[in-house]
Design a protein around this ligand. Sequence first.
Ligand SMILES: [Zn+2]
Length: 130
Amino acid sequence: MAMSRSKDLIRIRELLQRRRREILSANAGAHRELSALQNQERDPEYEENAQSELADYTLSSLMEAQRREIMLIDAALRRMDMGVFGECVDCGFEIPLERLEALPFAIRCEEDASLHELETRGGAAATPSL
Ligand SMILES: [Zn+2]
């Protein structure tokens, strides 16, 4: 029922906010590590090696993934504020709760998501997307 769904949405909101805090602190940690690494590389005594480049690259892509997830979380929280969270952007129907719990950033029901994937992957409607 609508009542229990809104309670579930509050639970998902808390989940997203907790996840957001976790990412932010992990991101701060990665940021610190990266600047430590870069300071070390600037040190003339320091011998550059492939391992540090790899660590540099790993940290950078980790931070990139964290930034992307924060953006997704913020978008989901914005949709909650607007009262449209959990509605499929294509058909307007409610996205089943179990799908939202597994994929809190989902903006489409399963059916439309797979249609959308087909469209973006190839076919006449395919346009280069970012
Ligand atoms: Zn739909």
